[in-house]
Design a protein around this ligand. Structure first.
Ligand code: SAM
Ligand code: FES
Length: 349
């Protein structure tokens, strides 16, 4: 305990540890350490964001994907996936419905679907921004060229979420087919940053072949890249993927890492993810109590919800957008937090 409490003190004081210290912080963790980290993470977040939890309306625009990530339920090779693509009109309707419900940030997420070329996507982004100028538009549509990211930015996109998935090149190769490249993923993150997007990286907790060493590399990456947003959630197997027999990541480790990340980069926007709510009915609440400060209710049309199945038993597939928002508002209220629907920008303090 002596050693781990020293590491926690050092992290809280300087927002940084060495790679081997991060590894040791994970390796030697116990309930007592988790409790101390949680307390420090909540205190740190409180100073910047108070008890406010930001909401982002998630619109899952397409489950068509040209990639074949071994972990993902919408991978190209999954022949059992019932494919859909929302029309631009449907996407605009979702954002208008969201606007009426009070949302001021929309996240357009989907597989890498060639239908959404720059022209189509750019026009959707411009229309959302002109219809709702007080809203932020976040894209989460995978790897694109510098030119494409630049064009979308010029159409009004504000933020981009692209999980790095793992900071270890060796580990990346075990999660993806040979055509996919870690170098390109990192280049995309750098391109996005250089174009002035607010950028989100992140990774799955408990992904196959992950180790405390690769996790330490993820933490170092976050420390150095300083993303405005960071999405971490447990890996959950999907029955029609090569990783169907691997076990899911745990609530315990995910919450522990949420606290650590809050201390590494205090102002980071950190969601308590749907995946966390899927592995445990109180997962999102416990994520917030560990240091997260964002939730992302689903705004996708009910008819497609079940089809955007990245992993088995995903929650919120039968609820209307309004129900999801109210459900999360109540859940947050019960633990003493309040959801706010403002744009919820990163606070550079
Ligand atoms: N295509 C875009 C991309 O690659 O960034 C966005 C969509 S992708 C499905 C969104 C995220 O879902 C991925 O970055 C990955 O971390 C997560 N994900 C995929 N399969 C998962 C699984 N089985 N369990 C948990 N998270 C998963
Ligand atoms: Fe979707 Fe609770 S957040 S039903």
């Amino acid at each position: 305990m002596q050693k781990i409490s020293g590491l926690i003190e050092k992290l809280a004081a300087g927002n940084s540890l060495s790679l081997s210290e991060y590894e040791s912080l994970i390796e030697n963790r116990n309930d007592e350490a988790a409790k101390i980290l949680r307390g420090l993470a909540v205190e740190t977040r409180q100073k910047i964001y108070g008890r406010e939890v930001y909401v982002r309306g998630l619109i899952e625009i397409s489950n068509i994907c040209k990639n074949d990530c071994f972990y993902c339920g919408i991978r190209h090779s999954n022949k059992n996936c019932d494919r859909y693509r929302l029309t631009p009109e449907e996407i605009l309707e979702c954002s208008s419905e969201g606007y009426e419900l009070g949302f001021r940030t929309f996240v357009l997420q989907g597989g890498e679907d060639n239908f959404f070329n720059d022209e189509v996507l750019g026009s959707i982004v411009s229309k959302i921004k002109s219809q709702h100028p007080d809203c932020a538009v976040t894209l989460s549509l995978g790897e694109r060229s510098f030119k494409s990211y630049a064009y979308l930015k010029s159409c009004g996109a504000d933020r981009y979420l692209l999980r790095h998935e793992t900071a270890s090149k060796e580990h990346y190769k075990k999660l993806h087919p040979a055509e996919m490249s870690w170098d390109n993923r990192i280049k995309c993150l750098q391109d996005l940053r250089s174009l002035g997007y607010q950028v989100g990286c992140g990774f799955m907790v408990g992904s196959p072949f992950q180790s405390n060493k690769t996790l330490a590399e993820d933490l170092k990456f976050i420390e150095e890249f300083k993303p405005e947003m960071c999405g971490i959630g447990p890996f959950i197997p999907h029955k029609d993927t090569p990783f169907k027999n691997f076990s899911a990541g745990t609530l315990e480790l995910t919450c522990y890492l949420l606290s650590v990340i809050r201390l590494i980069h205090p102002p980071v926007l950190l969601p308590a993810t749907t995946a966390l709510g899927t592995i445990n009915p109180m997962g999102r609440e416990l994520g917030i109590l560990a240091g997260a400060n964002v939730v992302m209710p689903n705004l996708s049309p009910l008819s497609v919800r079940k089809k955007y199945e990245l992993y088995d038993n995903k929650i919120c597939t039968g609820e209307e957008s309004a129900q999801c928002k109210n459900c999360l508002a109540n859940r947050m209220k019960k633990i003493g937090y309040e959801i706010v629907t403002s744009r919820g920008d990163f606070k550079n303090f």
